[in-house]
Design a protein. Structure first.
Length: 242
């Protein structure tokens, strides 16, 4: 006669509802975060930069730059439209790719602040273009009457960087203009562009042998720091600190 042994199966523990949060599944296991969750406006900026350069390469370079690049000398005959068109031109694939990568990094906080609806998107792209225009004007102010051609989204991207520096402490509203994050990022950006002014931009990825409009970078950053407050007042999602 054989002897059988029966073991009682221990009861399964009930899920602890207090361990379930917005990042958990119903069984209590942590939910998987998406690998890529950048706001669509941030992705659109990258498409504008990289796709715009892809379109640019389909046409003769000299003709495109002569018609749409910006130079301070363009302001005298009234070619003000080049303040905008030059933002969407680039000098090389590496130039466009570098600006696209920085734009993706620094545009996300601003896009989330404004929101994904039409009103927020209009604010976001208006901010992007306006800071790019002010960056070009900053370059012109320090190079009056100059004939050097300026292309690229670097000034506008610097504006996104300036805005992002005020959103680091609280992504729901801009922080103080002289916070540690603003002074830290701004100081680092001034140092980098100071080195560009002294030694040239050959050490920067994507610059190649072309000159770098460091003046536009600094002007764009300052414009971003200053304008994020007024722009934030236009969105119902957040407001700037007093």
């Amino acid at each position: 006669m054989t002897e059988s042994r029966f073991e009682e199966t221990p009861p399964r523990p009930e899920p602890n509802p207090r361990s379930q949060g917005p990042g958990s599944r119903p069984d209590g296991a942590p939910a998987r975060e998406p690998v890529f969750n950048a706001p669509w406006q941030a992705v659109a900026v990258v498409v504008l930069i990289v796709g715009g350069y892809a379109l640019q390469t389909l046409f003769p370079s000299d003709a495109v730059l002569g018609a749409y690049a910006f130079s301070p000398a363009n302001l005298a005959p009234g070619r003000w439209e080049t303040l905008i068109t030059s933002i969407f031109l680039h000098g090389s694939w590496s130039h466009a790719m570098m600006n696209g990568a920085f734009a993706l990094a620094f545009s996300a906080p601003l896009a989330r602040l404004f929101g994904a609806k039409l009103e927020g998107a209009l604010l976001f792209f208006s901010f992007y273009v306006l800071t790019g225009v002010l960056a070009n004007l900053g370059y012109a102010a320090l190079n009056l009457g100059g004939h050097g051609l300026v292309v690229g989204a670097s000034g506008a991207v610097s504006g996104l960087m300036g805005a992002a520096s005020r959103l680091m402490s609280d992504p729901r509203r801009p922080g103080p203009m002289f916070s540690k994050s603003v002074l830290g990022m701004g100081g680092g950006w001034v140092v980098i562009n100071g080195l560009i002014a002294i030694f040239g931009g050959g050490f920067l990825p994507g610059s190649g042998s072309a000159g770098v409009a460091w003046e536009a970078h600094i002007a764009g950053f300052i414009a971003g720091v200053l304008l994020i407050g007024p722009f934030a007042r236009l969105t119902p999602r957040a407001g700037p600190r007093d």
